[in-house]
Design a protein around this ligand. Structure first.
Ligand SMILES: Cc1cc2nc3c(=O)[nH]c(=O)nc-3n(C[C@H](O)[C@H](O)[C@H](O)COP(=O)(O)O)c2cc1C
Length: 242
């Protein structure tokens, strides 16, 4: 099984999210022979899409910008499984990863199709029917609500039924050694999720439930997080800012 991991964290190897992704890969490879390629998107040379539409008209399927996307698009197309691994940034994906996504435009056709629900879409230039996708993301807050909605909608539109999600709130706890017992427990559920995914292309509802539970209750987390920044309450912030 060819797996492409798009590591979209600017922290590269130090990414909280990548810890979860690596545990998921361990789970998959314990069941199946895998070949995983982890690409550090933040270090890749990826220019912004210039919106010229040459990839639709002048040079169909090919971008006029010559950079790392020339290698990354074939890797994406060759993979059986693409894992998007990144932190939530302002309710969306980090900007470099968004540049990667925008530069995928050559992989779709200019043709606009109407879907059954009456919305529009561009069909893919390539057969993507056997390909599957996983979204693994961490964030700094303790809730999915009022935080992940925009991103989850974007991925639902992009991949529909072929998408599996692991969303972990309170992600900064993965770098706190005193919290290793709890984060280690979470990573063991992620390994289990990887095993299940290797066997059935999905994660059981029991494991998904464990993955969706916050690492700590909101009140406890907020107190720990504020203490880690040396802040105890909003009053203290006001005082510091004069
Ligand atoms: C520029 C920036 C924007 C962020 N935006 C959000 C956000 O909208 N919601 C949230 O819960 N956390 C947000 N965070 C926190 C990160 O998602 C969180 O620290 C994450 O665990 C980092 O993961 P990584 O180590 O994989 O990069 C933001 C962090 C940064 C640096």
């Amino acid at each position: 099984m060819n797996i492409l991991v798009l590591n979209g964290s600017p922290r590269g190897e130090q990414s909280n999210t990548l810890k979860i992704t690596r545990a998921f890969l361990e789970g998959i490879s314990s069941q199946k022979k895998t070949n995983a390629d982890i690409v550090d998107i933040s270090k890749a040379e990826i220019s912004h899409c210039s919106g010229c539409f040459a990839c639709w008209q002048k040079t169909p399927g090919e971008c006029v910008i010559k950079d790392d996307m020339q290698n990354l698009i074939p890797k994406y197309l060759d993979a059986d499984l693409v894992i998007w691994s990144f932190p939530l940034y302002y309710f969306g994906m980090p900007s470099k990863l968004k540049a990667f996504l925008d530069r995928m435009l050559p992989t779709v056709l200019p043709l606009i199709e109407l879907t059954e629900s009456g919305s529009c879409r561009h069909p893919s230039r390539y057969d993507m029917s056997g390909k599957r996708f996983i979204l693994i993301s961490t964030c700094g807050f303790c809730s999915v609500e009022n935080n992940y909605e925009a991103l989850l909608k974007q991925f639902e539109i992009l991949y529909g039924e072929r998408l599996t999600k692991i969303i972990c709130t309170e992600g900064e706890l993965f770098r706190v050694s005193q919290r290793e017992k709890r984060t280690g427990e979470y990573l063991s559920y992620v390994r289990q999720a990887g095993k299940e995914y290797a066997m059935s292309n999905c994660i059981t509802s029991d494991t998904q439930r464990k993955l969706s539970e916050p690492l700590y209750p909101p009140e406890v987390f907020v107190q720990m997080a504020n203490a880690s920044w040396g802040i105890s309450d909003s009053h203290e912030i006001d005082e510091r800012n004069g």
